[in-house]
Design a protein around this ligand. Structure first.
Ligand SMILES: [Zn+2]
Length: 458
C-alpha cells in the first residue's frame, strides 16, 4: 500500500502553457472559430475552433499570411449560399492515398491535386494512416439536392494540431491550427513499498511520467539496487484536459523528489539558454551524465560484473559486463551521444553494437535480436536513441542485454564507475533556474496546504 495524494491546480504557471493561452470568453477550447470567421463563404465546418499556430511548419512567414476569412470566389460567382457547408468524415483505408480518398468523396482529380499541393511544407500527405479520418467539406447548393463546390478538408495530425486546406480566390491554402488544452499541475506523493513503478501507478501517476522519472534518475539511481521499502517520492507533473475537464493526455514531469535511504534527490525541469530542456538538481547541476548506467527500461539486472561460472561454458570466467533480462524486442538505448564503431554479428556476442562516446568512454550492447535502422558503423547516435532490440543471439541462454562500459578500450564495472558529470548552470542562467525552481516549490507548497486543509475537514 502506498499513501498517495494527487491534487490538481490550474493556471499556476501560465507562462508554461504548451499550445497557446486559453482565450477568455471562449467556451470552446479552440481559440479562433474558423467556421464563424468564414461563415459567408463556406467554411470548414468542423464544429471546432482552432487557433492559428504560432508558427507554421516549414513556413516561418505563413502564420501572418494564413487566412481566416475566405472571400467569395470569382470562379463561382453564382453561389448564393444559404445553407451551411456540409462536412463529413472519410476514414482512411489501407492503400488509400489522400488523392484517392478525396476523389472517392466526390472531389475532381484536378481539385484534389491542387488542394493536396497546398500542403507542401505544412504536412506530408504520405503520412496519412489507415483509420485516420479526413473531414471533407462542400458548399451546400441552394436546393440542397446535390453537393456543391469543394471547399476544403482537414485532418488531425496530432492530439492538439489540425491541418486544414481551404479554397481561396485562386487555388488552395493550408494552415496549421492548434487546439488549446487546459494545463494543470498535479502533485502526487507516496511511499515506495514495492517499486517506484508499482507505487507510482497506485498513486495514479501516468506511466509516461514514471518512465520520464526513471530515465532522468537513471544516471544516479540504480532502480534495482537503490530502492528500499519506505523510500518516498514527491512529484509535480502536467496534465492536459479538454473543455469538459476530461484529461486528454499526461504532460511532462516538472519536478521530482526521491527520498532514498533518507537522502533526498530533487530534480527540476528547466530549459537552458540553448533551448534544450533538461533536469537539474537543486544546485543547477544537470542530472544527465555522459553515460546511462542502464540503457534499457524495466529490465532486471540478472548478472553482475565479475567472476562467475559461465552458464554455457561451465567454467569460471570474469563477466565483463552487466546482463539485463528483458523480453525479446525490448528497445535498447544508446547510453550516450557518440559514434557507432561496430554494428553487426560478432561471434559469441551475437548481434552487437559498440558506440564510442569520447576519447575515454565506449559502450557495447550484445545478443541483440536486431539492430535498429540507421545504426551503422560511422553513424552518430544520440543518448536515449533506440539502437537495437533485446534478443538471444550468439552465446546466450535466453533473451537479455549484455551491456559493457569500456574505459580506454577495457571493460569496467558500470556499477562502480564514477561517471563524469553533465552541464552546470552558471551566471544569469543559474539565476533564472533558481527563480523557476522557486515558482515550482511555491506551487508544490500550496498543494500541500490545500491537501492538509481538505483532509482536516473530513
Ligand atoms: Zn553478459
Amino acid at each position: 500500500m502506498s499513501s498517495a495524494k494527487a491534487v490538481a491546480i490550474v493556471g499556476l504557471t501560465a507562462g508554461l502553457v504548451a499550445a497557446g493561452a486559453m482565450v477568455a470568453g471562449f467556451a470552446s477550447p479552440w481559440s479562433i472559430d474558423v467556421g464563424a470567421a468564414r461563415g459567408e463563404a463556406g467554411a470548414l465546418a468542423t464544429g471546432a475552433t482552432w487557433a492559428l499556430a504560432p508558427l507554421s511548419l516549414g513556413h516561418p512567414a505563413a502564420a501572418t499570411t494564413l487566412t481566416t476569412r475566405l472571400p467569395a470566389s470569382p470562379a463561382a460567382p453564382a453561389r448564393a449560399v444559404q445553407r451551411p457547408p456540409i462536412t463529413f468524415p472519410v476514414e482512411v483505408r489501407t492503400g488509400d492515398t489522400l488523392a484517392k480518398l478525396l476523389q472517392g468523396a466526390g472531389v475532381s482529380g484536378q481539385e484534389a491535386h491542387f488542394a493536396i499541393a497546398a500542403l507542401k511544407g505544412v504536412y506530408d500527405p504520405r503520412r496519412i494512416r489507415p483509420g485516420e479520418k479526413v473531414l471533407v467539406t462542400f458548399e451546400a447548393t441552394v436546393d440542397g439536392t446535390d453537393s456543391g463546390l469543394f471547399v476544403g478538408f482537414s485532418l488531425d495530425v496530432a492530439l492538439e494540431r489540425r491541418v486544414a486546406v481551404s479554397r481561396l480566390d485562386e487555388g488552395f491554402a493550408a494552415e496549421v491550427l492548434e487546439r488549446d488544452l487546459e494545463r494543470a499541475l498535479l502533485r502526487s506523493e507516496g511511499t515506495i513499498r514495492s517499486s517506484l513503478f508499482v507505487d507510482g501507478e497506485a498513486a495514479s501517476v501516468p506511466v509516461p511520467v514514471l518512465v520520464e522519472i526513471i530515465r532522468a534518475y537513471s544516471w544516479d539511481v540504480d532502480f534495482q539496487r537503490d530502492i528500499r521499502d519506505g523510500d518516498g517520492f514527491e512529484l509535480v507533473y502536467e496534465r492536459f484536459s479538454d473543455e469538459f475537464g476530461k484529461p486528454v493526455h499526461a504532460g511532462r514531469l516538472v519536478s521530482a523528489k526521491l527520498t532514498l535511504s533518507g537522502k533526498r534527490l530533487a530534480i527540476y525541469r528547466f530549459a537552458g539558454k540553448d533551448g534544450a530542456t533538461d533536469f537539474y538538481d537543486d544546485k543547477g547541476q544537470s542530472v544527465r551524465k555522459a553515460l546511462m548506467r542502464t540503457p534499457i527500461d524495466g529490465a532486471r539486472l540478472s548478472s553482475r560484473y565479475g567472476p562467475r561460472r559461465h552458464p554455457i561454458l561451465g567454467y569460471t570466467k570474469v563477466h565483463r559486463g552487466l546482463d539485463f533480462a528483458a523480453p525479446q524486442g525490448t528497445p535498447v538505448y544508446a547510453a550516450g551521444n557518440g559514434t557507432v564503431r561496430a554494428a553487426g554479428r560478432n561471434g559469441a556476442y551475437g548481434n552487437y553494437v559498440r558506440i564510442r562516446h569520447n576519447e575515454r568512454y565506449s559502450t557495447a550492447y550484445a545478443h541483440l535480436r536486431g539492430i535498429a535502422k540507421g545504426v551503422r558503423k560511422g553513424r552518430r547516435v544520440t543518448q536515449g536513441q533506440v539502437i537495437g532490440y533485446v534478443g538471444s543471439t550468439g552465446r546466450s541462454t535466453g533473451p537479455h542485454l549484455h551491456y559493457e562500459i569500456l574505459v580506454a578500450a577495457r571493460q569496467v564495472n558500470p556499477l562502480s564507475l564514477k561517471l563524469p558529470s553533465g552541464r552546470k548552470l552558471e551566471g544569469a542562467e543559474l539565476e533564472r533556474f533558481r527563480a523557476e525552481r522557486e515558482v515550482i516549490e511555491r506551487a508544490y507548497a500550496s498543494l500541500v496546504a490545500d491537501t492538509e486543509v481538505a483532509s482536516e475537514r473530513e
